[in-house]
Design a binder for this molecule. Structure first.
Ligand code: B16
Ligand code: MG
Length: 216
C-alpha cells in the first residue's frame, strides 16, 4: 500500500507559467542598465529567489551595484512584474494542473504549495486556486532558498505529515534537489536531461494520475 499522504506543488512552471512575465520584467531592467538578457539566461533563474536572480543578471551584464542600489532595482523589477501578474486569469493555469490538485484532494491526500515566489498568494487569487491548498508556503515564509529543503519541510509540517509521506512536483532542478534533501519523493515537470534525479519526469500535470502517484 502506498505511504503517500500529501502532494507539494511548486508554483511557477508547475501550476502556471509566470516565467514569461519574470523574463519581460528582468529584460526591461537589464536594458535600462545598458545590456541585454536572453531567454536562455532566464532559464537559469527558474526557482531562484528574486535577490539571487538580480545578482546573477548583474553578473551577466558585468555591472556592479551596492546593496542599497540592488534593493531598489529588485523593487523596480517586482513592481513591473506585479503589474503584469495582476492581469492573470484562470485560463493561464497550465493544462491538467487544477484537475490533478483536485483529484489529489478528492482521493483524501493533503495538498500544499511550496514556492520561492513572494507573490504566490496574489497569483493563486488571480487564477482562483487558493482554496485548493491546505497550506501555502511561499517566499515570505522561508529564509533558505531551494535546493535547501526548508520550503517543503515547512509544507509537510503545516500539513501534519512526515517528509517520506510527501511527493514534490517541481520544474527546477534546485527544487528536485530540495525534495531529495528533505527525504521526499519528487516528480519533475520538464526534461529528463535536466530533472533526471526525480523519481518520475513528465511534461506537465496533464500527464499525471493517481495511479502514477501510487506507483512512485
Ligand atoms: P518573486 P517558483 C520562483 O517561483 C520563480 O521560478 C523564480 O523565477 C522567481 O525569481 C522566484 O519565484 C521569486 O519570485 O520575485 O515573485 O518573489 O518556481 O519557486 O514557484
Ligand atoms: Mg518553478
Amino acid at each position: 500500500m502506498s505511504t503517500i499522504k500529501a502532494c507539494l506543488f511548486d508554483l511557477d512552471g508547475v501550476i502556471v507559467d509566470t516565467a514569461v512575465y519574470h523574463y519581460k520584467a528582468w529584460k526591461q531592467l537589464a536594458n535600462g542598465l545598458g545590456f541585454d538578457f536572453t531567454e536562455h539566461q532566464n532559464e537559469q533563474l527558474k526557482g531562484v529567489s528574486r535577490v539571487r536572480s538580480l545578482e546573477l543578471i548583474l553578473g551577466w551584464g558585468g555591472v556592479t551595484k551596492t546593496a542599497e542600489e540592488q534593493e531598489i532595482l529588485a523593487t523596480q523589477k517586482n513592481t513591473q512584474y506585479v503589474e503584469m501578474i495582476s492581469h492573470m486569469k484562470p485560463d493561464e493555469i497550465l493544462p491538467g494542473a487544477k484537475q490533478f490538485v483536485q483529484a489529489c484532494r478528492d482521493a483524501g491526500l493533503k495538498t500544499a504549495l511550496g514556492s520561492a515566489s513572494k507573490n504566490s498568494m496574489m497569483i493563486l487569487e488571480k487564477i482562483g486556486m487558493v482554496d485548493l491548498f491546505d497550506a501555502i508556503i511561499d517566499g515570505n515564509k522561508v529564509s533558505k532558498a531551494k535546493p535547501d529543503p526548508e520550503v517543503f519541510l515547512k509544507g509537510a509540517e503545516a500539513l501534519g505529515v512526515l517528509p517520506e509521506e510527501c511527493v514534490v512536483f517541481e520544474d527546477a532542478i534546485a527544487g528536485v534537489e530540495a525534495a531529495i534533501a528533505g527525504g521526499m519523493k519528487s516528480v519533475g515537470i520538464g526534461s529528463p536531461d535536466v530533472l533526471g534525479r526525480a523519481d518520475l519526469v513528465i511534461n506537465g500535470l496533464s500527464e499525471m494520475s493517481l495511479e502514477k502517484l501510487e506507483a512512485l
